[in-house]
Design a protein around this ligand. Structure first.
Ligand SMILES: Nc1ncnc2c1ncn2[C@@H]1O[C@H](COP(=O)(O)OP(=O)(O)OP(=O)(O)O)[C@@H](O)[C@H]1O
Ligand SMILES: [Mg+2]
Length: 496
């Protein structure tokens, strides 16, 4: 399906999120959409998929003007979108989620809202599509137990079964495993070969190079260029940011004193038992935790934060035994935690940046000093270059700006900083910038443990790496001795 977005403009209050945006996507092609955080990528694809109404401009599908006002209109016109944050119903089963939006209308007139779904037929369709795309979905699993990659697979086949001919993928490779990425890319290529079109929004140039035929680059709400792929990274970076970026540098910040000492640990949650030999992280050191999602990395971070207790073994932070201490004691001991799911665990929907700053501010107990905390919020916004205002609600910020807000709220100084996917959703410049900030913290003695599904990030910024596989943990390995290939093998469970 050929898509023509013509002169689309969209304003949110004072923010001009899309400023006269025109993009043409050819049928049978995979079209990349690049741009820094807040550039307007999600906005334009949400306009196309009916989640946002445009102020002006038009959408043509195969040359015909399309009247898309709602997501249901878009799906009827053949356009479906996978969102940056999944929009499924986690308490329901895979099959129940699959049938959302389906069904045959039972009656006309005021009863036309009543629809009948044939669950047996839906189950067969689900299994057929799962197999055709080499996905791994079980109709009876609960969606809350699925990984991000599996939820994405489910949404993708749901949209395809509704007859979608254009699929929009908004940052689909953040948080999925390497094999899920391979399956996703194969599925996208297959759709393109069938004459469907795919719009691929991403910050990862290597993914764009691998998958796309052509890219459009946006900056501050405007289109700043188009390029055929292959295209050198330096050219794309120049288009995205309007300047060259210096390569990252990781100085050695490790000191000799121990900061985190783990002794003979066994930790359990309802899915996994994590067993670990003795391990010490030093002051100023960066420890990367690699592994497939759910292999025990998060459990270790939760344990180090005092948010879960070990079944056996000991944990000491800055030489103080913390094993049975309450969470408040961990906070006193200088731990900070940055979770992956920003809007669920990190920030509070409905509250503004200013209100988040107030919640974080140690002096605001009984009375709130709105004036000084407003100033604090302005400072956080300026320092972390957040595209938003003190009164911006966090759920309205772009994905990358939510991450910046979360980072801006971490206390200073800290002994131990525990991070899930520190740069998930951030553009390349922001990723470099965040790591500069983190390295600066290490230089003042903070120890960082971070998990990431981005192997380059693990190798680039860790001093040592622990690899997790099904609750087993490798011996620590110096990052300088790792290759992507070796790390990939270890993640697959080959520790020798
Ligand atoms: N619902 C909304 N209300 C107010 N402002 C919004 C809303 N949605 C987006 N914006 C603003 O519009 C601008 C563009 O946001 P958009 O989400 O399109 O960026 P993006 O290019 O997808 O960024 P990212 O890479 O961080 O996901 C940002 O300044 C954002 O804060
Ligand atoms: Mg976005």
């Amino acid at each position: 399906m050929q898509i023509e977005l013509q002169h689309i403009t969209k304003r949110f209050g004072q923010v001009l999120a899309n400023d006269d945006v025109s993009i043409t996507v050819q049928a049978g092609s995979i079209h990349g959409l690049l741009g820094e955080n807040g550039a307007g990528k999600s906005t334009i694809v949400k306009v196309l998929s009916g989640f946002i109404s445009r102020d002006s401009g038009s959408v043509l599908l195969d040359g015909q003007t399309a009247n898309i006002k709602t997501p249901a209109d878009a799906i009827r016109s053949g356009v479906g979108m996978l969102h940056q944050d999944p929009l499924d119903f986690p308490p329901l089963s895979v099959l129940d989620n699959f049938v959302v939006g389906r069904g045959e209308v039972l009656a006309k007139g005021f009863l036309s809202g009543l629809k009948l779904v044939n669950l047996d037929r839906a189950r067969q369709e689900l299994l057929r599509l799962t197999e055709a795309f080499n996905f791994s979905l079980n109709p009876d699993d609960r969606v809350s137990d699925l990984s991000v990659g599996e939820r994405q697979q489910l949404e993708m086949i749901r949209l395809l079964s509704l007859g979608v001919k254009t699929l929009i993928l908004d940052e689909p490779t953040t948080g999925i495993s390497a094999s899920q990425k391979t399956a996703l890319f194969e599925a996208a290529r297959r759709l393109a070969s069938e004459g469907k079109s795919v719009i691929f929004v991403s910050h990862k140039l290597e993914d764009v190079e691998e998958l796309c035929d052509r890219v459009t680059v946006m900056r501050a709400g405007k289109i700043v260029g188009n390029a055929e792929i292959p295209c050198p990274d330096s050219v794309l970076i120049d288009l995205i940011f309007g300047k060259e970026l210096a390569p990252p540098i990781k100085p050695n910040t490790t000191q000799s004193q121990p900061m985190l000492e783990l002794t003979n640990l066994v930790v359990k949650d309802d899915r996994l038992t994590l067993k670990m030999g003795d391990f010490t992280a030093h002051r100023g050191e960066v420890i990367g935790l690699a592994g497939l999602e759910g292999s025990g990395q998060q459990l270790l971070l939760l344990l180090c934060a005092g948010l879960t207790r070990p079944l056996r073994g000991k944990i000491a932070i800055d030489r103080l035994d913390m094993t049975q201490k309450p969470y408040a004691q961990y906070l006193k001991q200088g731990i900070g935690y940055s979770p992956a799911d920003r809007l669920k665990d990190g920030l509070i929907r409905g509250l503004s940046i200013h209100e988040h700053v107030i919640l974080r501010h140690p002096n605001q107990k009984l009375f709130i000093d709105w004036k000084s905390t407003h100033q604090n919020a302005l400072e956080a916004i300026a320092m972390f270059n957040i595209r938003g205002k003190p009164n911006s609600h966090v759920e309205r910020l772009s994905g990358g700006n939510q991450q910046r807000t979360q980072l801006a709220l971490l206390p200073v100084p800290l002994n131990l900083l525990l991070m899930e996917h520190p740069t998930r959703g951030l553009d390349i410049e922001s990723t470099l910038w965040v790591w500069q900030q983190l390295i600066a913290r290490c230089q003042t003695g903070t120890t960082i443990l971070f998990m990431s599904s981005d192997l380059d990030e693990i190798m680039q910024y860790s001093d040592r790496v622990l690899v997790f596989s099904g609750g087993q943990v490798s011996d620590p390995i110096a990052a300088s001795k790792l290759t992507a290939e070796k790390l990939g093998q270890m993640i697959g469970g080959r520790f020798e």
